[in-house]
Design a protein around this ligand. Structure first.
Ligand code: ASP
Length: 463
C-alpha cells in the first residue's frame, strides 16, 4: 500500500491508509492505546483496540520519537473529541497493523514544545537534527527553501542566469580575514574561500552574461555577533550590465516586496516605495548609517526598509595611513567627484548603495569602476602598489581591456534578512547547521585535529 501523508488522510475517510512518522505521545487508557503520530505534514491520533490483540500488544511498547508505520482505517472522530487546532484533529486512525521501524532513546529535550523554555544553545546545536525536528524550526527551514525558490523564479523570469563561482578562490585583501586552504600540489601556496564572488561576478559581466545571480556562500574569518554568522553566510549576489543604481534598487525593492507579500503576508512594509536617504542625511538625523525607521519597535510584523545612497568613497584611513574604502575597491566614485580623488579623497562620493531593514544592514552594492585609470587611482589611494595591483588584480585589469560593459549590482544577505523575517534573534538560527558564537560546530566537532599524514601531504607543520 502506498504511503499517505497524515495531512492528506482527511481525504481518505472510511478507507484504509498507510502512514509513516514519529510518535509524538502515547497513552494507555483501559484496554486501549492512543498514539499521536507525526510526519512532515501533520499529526493524527492512532487508536489501538483489543480487536487486534497482537497489534495492541506491539503498541504497548511505543515511546515518544519511535518511528512507526501504521496501517488503519481513517475515521471521523465524535464531534466533542475534535481537536480544533489541527487540520487532522477531526480524524483518527483505527490501527490494523503496526511496525516499529526504529526505536528512540529519550531525547535530550522535548521535541513537542510544551513549554516556552528553550534548551541551551550548546545542547540544541549538539543535537541540531533533533532541534530541527521541532515544528517551529522545521517550518523555518521549509520557509527558507520556499523563499530561495521564490527568489530564483523571480530572477529567472527577468532574464537572470544563475552561475556557481569557485569556492576555492584566490586570496585578495577585500576587507575581512580570509579562510585559507593549503594547496597540496603547490607547496606553500593557498586558496582562499571567497569573501564574496565580487570579482567573478564582474568577470561574468565582461563575459557578456549581462544579468547574473547566485545564492552565494561567503566566508569571512571574523568574530561572531548575533547579526553576523561567524564563518559562512549566504548572499543573494547579483550583477547587471548596462544598468543604473535606480534600476538595481528598484529590482531589489520589487523582489523583496513580492517575496514578503507571497510568503510572509502577515508582515507590513511601512513605507513604499522604500525611502532613499543619503548617507549625510542618515548620519545627521539618526547618527547611524543603519537607521531603524520602524514606528513601533515592539511590533514583530513591522518592516521598515530604506536605501542609503551617496556614500563617501572613503570613510577612514587605515593603520598604514592609506584610505580605506567605505565599500570595496571596485565601487565607482560619482563622475563629478573624480577630480576630488587628487585633491580631497574624503570628499568624494560614490555609487554605493545599502539596503537597511529595521536597523540592520541587509545588503550592499554599487556601480563598479570600469575605467582603468580610476581603478589604478583607487588602488594607489588604498595603498596597493602598481606591482601588487598587477599580481593581485591583474586578471580584472586585463579583462577590462577587452570591452567591459558598465555594470553594477548588489548582494542582500539572505541569513540576516531571514533572521528578521522569521523573528529569530540570531543569524545562526536560520541556517540548518550553525556554529556556536565561538565558531565551533558542536555536532560534528569542527574544527578538529587532522592526521599527521594529512598535514604532511599539505606541507604544513603546526606550532
Ligand atoms: N560583494 C559585495 C559585498 O559582499 C556586494 C556588492 O558589491 O555587490 O558586500
Amino acid at each position: 500500500m502506498k504511503r499517505t501523508l497524515i495531512h492528506d488522510s482527511a481525504t481518505h475517510i472510511g478507507r484504509e491508509v498507510r502512514i509513516n512518522g514519529w510518535v509524538n505521545a502515547t497513552r494507555r487508557m483501559g484496554k486501549m492505546v492512543f498514539t499521536d503520530v507525526r510526519d512532515i505534514s501533520g499529526v493524527v491520533q492512532v487508536v489501538f483496540t483489543p480487536e487486534n490483540a497482537d497489534v495492541l500488544e506491539r503498541a504497548q511498547a511505543l515511546r515518544p520519537e519511535f518511528v512507526v508505520e501504521v496501517v488503519g482505517m481513517v475515521n471521523q472522530r465524535p464531534e466533542k473529541l475534535v481537536k480544533k487546532d489541527s487540520p487532522t484533529g477531526s480524524l483518527e486512525i483505527l490501527a490494523k497493523d503496526l511496525h516499529i521501524l526504529a526505536e528512540s532513546k529519550t531525547p535530550p529535550f522535548e521535541i513537542i514544545e510544551t513549554s516556552k523554555e528553550e534548551p541551551s544553545e550548546e545542547v540544541r546545536y549538539k543535537y541540531r537534527y533533533l532541534d530541527l525536528r521541532r515544528q517551529r524550526k522545521q517550518r523555518m527551514i521549509i520557509s527558507r527553501s520556499k523563499a530561495i525558490k521564490f527568489i530564483r523564479d523571480f530572477l529567472h523570469a527577468r532574464g537572470f542566469t544563475e552561475v556557481e563561482t569557485p569556492i576555492l578562490a584566490k586570496s585578495t585583501p577585500e576587507g575581512a580575514r580570509d579562510y585559507l586552504v593549503p594547496s597540496r600540489a603547490f607547496p606553500g601556496k593557498f586558496y582562499a574561500l571567497p569573501q564574496s564572488p565580487q570579482q567573478y561576478k564582474q568577470l561574468l559581466m565582461v563575459a557578456g552574461l549581462e544579468k547574473y545571480f547566485q545564492i552565494a556562500p561567503c566566508f569571512r574569518d571574523e568574530d561572531a555577533r548575533s547579526d553576523r554568522a561567524p564563518d559562512q553566510f549566504y548572499q543573494l549576489d547579483l550583477e547587471m550590465s548596462f544598468t543604473s543604481q535606480d534600476e538595481i534598487l528598484a529590482l531589489t525593492e520589487e523582489l523583496f516586496t513580492a517575496l514578503i507579500k507571497e510568503l510572509f503576508p502577515q508582515k507590513k512594509i511601512m513605507t513604499s516605495p522604500w525611502p532613499r536617504l543619503t548617507h549625510a542625511e542618515v548620519m545627521e538625523k539618526y547618527g547611524t548609517d543603519k537607521p531603524d525607521l520602524r514606528k513601533n519597535k515592539n511590533d514583530p510584523d513591522e518592516l521598515a526598509f530604506c536605501f542609503v545612497v551617496d556614500w563617501p568613497l572613503f570613510e577612514q584611513t587605515k593603520e598604514d595611513g592609506h584610505y580605506a574604502p567605505a565599500h570595496h575597491m571596485f565601487t565607482a566614485p560619482k563622475e563629478a567627484d573624480v577630480p576630488l580623488l587628487d585633491s580631497d579623497p574624503f570628499k568624494a562620493k560614490s555609487w554605493q548603495h545599502d539596503v537597511v531593514l529595521n536597523g540592520y544592514e541587509v545588503g550592499g552594492g554599487s556601480i563598479r569602476i570600469t575605467n582603468p585609470k580610476i581603478q589604478e587611482k583607487i588602488f594607489e589611494l588604498v595603498g596597493i602598489s602598481k606591482g601588487d595591483a598587477r599580481t593581485q588584480f591583474g586578471h580584472m585589469l586585463e579583462a577590462f581591456e577587452y570591452g567591459v560593459p558598465p555594470h553594477g549590482g548588489i548582494a542582500p544577505g539572505i541569513d540576516r534578512l531571514f533572521m528578521i523575517l522569521f523573528g529569530e534573534s540570531s543569524v545562526r538560527e536560520v541556517v540548518a547547521f550553525p556554529k556556536t558564537a565561538d565558531n565551533r560546530e558542536i555536532m560534528t566537532g569542527s574544527p578538529s585535529e587532522v592526521a599527521d599524514q594529512q598535514l604532511e601531504d599539505l606541507h604544513i607543520s603546526t606550532k
